[in-house]
Ligand binder design. Structure first.
Ligand code: SF4
Length: 134
């Protein structure tokens, strides 16, 4: 993996950089999510490889139990479903690599998608800038 590539599960590539406040998950988690957000918003020369199962972000998340996600709003079984729905919706596959620019273009063109209706996070309107193409 190059320094300019991050391996992430699909819903982290497409969802984690929205303006949701994750401060209760600790500095390690907010540091990782802020990085992803910055890469996408600034369209930096960074790419994301879509991976299956827990990733680097999970490893610093308090909801990670060492094997998978144990978050009450979406355990590993549930978040795996989100990952598969995103891949299907965007016609992507595990192992595909997207640049930060491509991720942003997909969001601008396709947001909001059907999966957004099931999003358990508060403040879904925070994702709205992508509707406006910002
Ligand atoms: S462990 Fe669960 S809540 Fe934490 S980052 Fe991974 S998928 Fe998200």
């Amino acid at each position: 993996m190059s320094e300019k590539e991050r391996c992430l599960r699909p819903h982290h590539v497409f969802c984690l950089h929205f303006q949701v406040d994750f401060s209760e998950r600790g500095e390690g988690f907010t540091g990782k999510t802020s990085e992803i957000k910055r890469f996408v918003q600034e369209e930096q020369e960074m790419s994301f490889k879509l991976t299956e199962g827990p990733d680097d972000v999970c490893s610093v998340c308090p909801a990670f139990d060492g094997k998978g996600c144990s978050h009450p709003n979406g355990d590993e079984k549930e978040v795996k479903k989100w990952d598969h729905i995103l891949l299907k919706t965007f016609e992507l596959h595990f192992g595909d690599v997207l640049t930060a620019k491509e991720v942003k273009e997909i969001l601008v063109q396709r947001y909001p998608i059907e999966l957004c209706k099931r999003c358990p996070l508060p403040g879904k309107k925070l994702c709205a800038p992508y509707k406006a193409g910002q």
